[in-house]
Design a protein around this ligand. Structure first.
Ligand SMILES: [Zn+2]
Length: 260
């Protein structure tokens, strides 16, 4: 009985906070309450951004990132939620030593984050039929590895690394470079899941390279089309410029699938 009484006394004391042996709990979890400006300042500094006087967040979507003469960085609030990869692009974009091509690629990466994750808005929803499947990962990782290799070998590493996704809805197309409708900024490469599952890897690789040539067009300010610049670059990479293939093995249905 005595020990119980002591126990309840101790508990009451702890509840009251008096002489508690435990440190007082903070009023709110540390970190969550850090203002976005401070989060961004710390993260960008950790990623190598130097020489900035202050960071100011903005809600103006027309100016995602800008640096004033006084070295005050203005950056959209939404970037507090961006991945390190996107913030590294911010650092590259702001660095004076970044060559113009890499700077354009960095700008692209910065803007495509804005397109993917509008500040305060809900994430874009995909229809149920087009959700990723567990088996996709092995293919998308292989495609991402090919993207990095080809980027280094043929594009001087200037292409921004876009997410690559398989689509179950692409029945008439093999691949597509997806552009944000409002800005025309590419944000994703989609490849037909049927194409990946049914056709030889060499053909799938050609599809990815085809879309990479389109991305190269965008990065260099060319129109994204199948014109002269596209054909020349595709030939240089050994990709058939006018790539179409029969999607159906059934000879009676002569459907062909373009690479968009
Ligand atoms: Zn195309």
């Amino acid at each position: 009985m005595r020990s119980w009484a002591r126990f309840w006394d101790a508990l009451a004391e702890r509840r009251a906070g008096a002489r508690s042996p435990w440190p007082a709990e903070p009023a709110a979890p540390i970190g969550i309450l850090l203002p976005e400006e401070e989060q961004l300042r710390r993260r960008l500094a950790a990623l190598g951004l130097g020489g900035i006087v202050a960071v100011r967040v903005t809600d103006n979507r027309a100016v995602m990132v800008s640096l004033s003469k006084e070295r005050v960085l203005r950056i959209h609030r939404g970037y507090a939620r961006a991945s390190d990869r996107v913030l590294r692009a911010v650092v590259r974009f702001l660095s004076r030593s970044t060559p113009p091509t890499l700077r354009r690629a960095a700008r692209h990466e910065i803007l495509s984050f804005g397109a993917e994750a509008p500040a305060g808005g809900p994430a874009p929803r995909r229809r149920a039929s087009d959700r990723p499947r567990p088996g996709d990962l092995v293919h998308t990782e292989r495609l991402a590895a090919l993207f990095r290799e080809a980027n280094a070998a043929h594009f001087g590493g200037a292409l921004p690394e876009l997410p690559i996704r398989l689509s179950g809805r692409m029945k008439s197309r093999l691949g597509q470079l997806c552009l944000e409708p409002r800005t025309g900024v590419p944000f994703e490469i989609t490849v037909s899941r049927r194409h990946v599952e049914r056709h030889a890897w060499g053909e799938v690789a050609d599809t990815l390279l085809h879309e990479m040539v389109h991305l190269w067009q965008h990065v260099h300010g060319h129109p994204v089309d199948h014109g002269r610049a596209f054909r020349a670059k595709a030939r240089e990479l050994g990709v058939t410029p006018a790539a179409r293939r029969a999607v159906r093995r059934d000879a009676s249905r002569r459907g062909t699938a373009p690479r968009d």
